[in-house]
Design a protein around this ligand. Structure first.
Ligand code: UDP
Length: 394
């Protein structure tokens, strides 16, 4: 009797992102596709520009294609996404042409599902899915509100989120609330989980010269200026404290970066502050850090840097917007301070630095919290659940 193999064929998923820079969303995508069960899902990533993500994906064994989209379209900043700019006729034609290109590719590889990973790829991926008749799932990693996007673009995006994709994933409950997606379509929260590598042992805190690190790309809304003002206040009590700014202006915020150097001069704290630029190995760097600070002045959609700090067993001081109240248990794994309030941030930092035993306990509690809910296997489980709903419905 012939043996019938009843194992279902793996589903082919095409992931789309417009950028190949190592932003938080792209790092999360790399971690997620790398952790998929390849016997069930065959991932292919299609990027609209070249960059460091391409090599990282290929090194992880993920088929990766680069189909270049015009540089002007790739580089449009979120706050430049006014409806008028989106409606420029030539640009609309370019987006549509690009969507047809993606649709052709999706048909050629016989994709079962398109998974979009950025706002721009949501748009052209949504259209490509319609053309190729393949379901599309949007993975939204930005707050869709008028603090973050021009009001008309946020409203248009919310409308599209209810109509264009077959399902919506958000990187936190907070992000999902800003979207208010259709109750008739599958939705899921998929946190950007940490990789399953051994968690680094927390080094004992050295109260005499603590290191406070702010990690993340340099951008005004990430609040590096607030961090520096808080640093100046902390230094009045702990003059030996050191402050690290880790990250680079990935999306062109060079003027803001320059203004940070002048602010250090004005505050007289230059010798206590180090700008380390973009670092490739954050877990390694965290070993030498006493406390992880986070200073975003707008609600952080998820805040992987905070979770990374907790994973490394560090106490965190974060702002209280967006998803951070989901991530940090205030008073237990760290302290939350109001957004934009340098004095409150300084007080929170001092509370922890002045009580090293509490700092260690917070770090350990943070590490446990990450193991319990923010690991990559948690993300994959939530993802597979919504993939199941969409692929059965198909
Ligand atoms: N990151 C990094 N090197 C740096 C600064 C940041 O690898 O020098 C990483 C950081 O570890 C995190 C990501 O960039 O994984 C930032 O993600 P987050 O969700 O905090 O912010 P986003 O950039 O998505 O707004």
């Amino acid at each position: 009797m012939p043996i019938i193999d009843s194992t279902p064929a793996p589903k082919r998923i095409v992931y789309l992102d417009h950028t190949a820079k190592m932003g938080g969303g792209e790092i999360a995508l790399l971690n997620l596709v790398g952790a998929l069960d390849r016997s069930r899902y065959l991932p292919t990533v299609v990027l609209a520009s070249d960059g460091p993500l391409v090599e990282k994906l290929r090194a992880a064994g993920i088929t990766t294609e680069v189909f270049p989209l015009g540089k002007e379209l790739v580089d449009t900043q979120k706050d430049g996404l006014g409806v008028r700019s989106l409606l420029k006729v030539t640009q609309v034609l370019d987006w549509v042409r690009y969507a047809f290109l993606i649709a052709r590719y999706v048909r050629r590889v016989k994709a079962d599902l398109i998974h979009t990973n950025s706002l721009k790829s949501d748009i052209y991926g949504g259209l490509a899915g319609r053309i190729a008749r393949v379901p599309v799932i949007w993975h939204v990693r930005d707050n869709i509100d008028s603090n973050y996007l021009p009001a008309a673009a946020a409203a248009a995006f919310r409308f599209l989120a209810r109509t264009a994709p077959s399902g919506v994933i958000a990187n936190s409950h907070s992000t999902l609330r800003t979207l208010s997606p259709s109750a008739k379509k599958p939705t899921a929260v998929v946190y950007s989980g940490m990789l399953d590598r051994p968690l680094v042992e927390a080094a004992p805190m050295d109260p005499s010269s603590p290191v406070v690190a702010l990690i993340g790309r340099i951008a005004e809304w990430k609040g590096q200026h607030i961090f520096l003002r808080a640093a100046a206040e902390v230094l009045k009590t702990i003059p030996s404290a050191r402050f690290w700014i880790v990250g680079a202006p990935l999306f062109g915020e060079f003027e803001y970066e320059k203004s940070l150097y002048s602010l250090c001069e004005d505050l007289g704290i230059t010798s206590n502050v180090e700008f380390l630029g973009f670092q490739g190995d954050i877990p390694k760097l965290l070993k030498d850090v006493t406390l992880v600070a986070h200073a975003s002045c707008l609600g952080e959609p998820f805040g992987q840097v905070v979770v990374e700090g907790m994973a490394a067993g560090k106490p965190v001081v974060a702002t209280d917007g967006g998803a951070l109240p989901e991530v940090v248990v205030d008073g237990e794994t760290g302290l939350l301070a109001p957004m934009g309030d340098a004095s409150a941030m300084a007080r929170a930092i001092l509370t922890i630095l002045n009580d090293p035993a509490r700092g260690v306990a917070m770090g350990q509690a943070g590490r446990r919290r990450v193991q319990d809910r923010f690991m990559i296997h948690h993300s994959v489980a939530s993802l597979e659940k919504i993939y199941g709903e969409l692929l059965i419905e198909k």
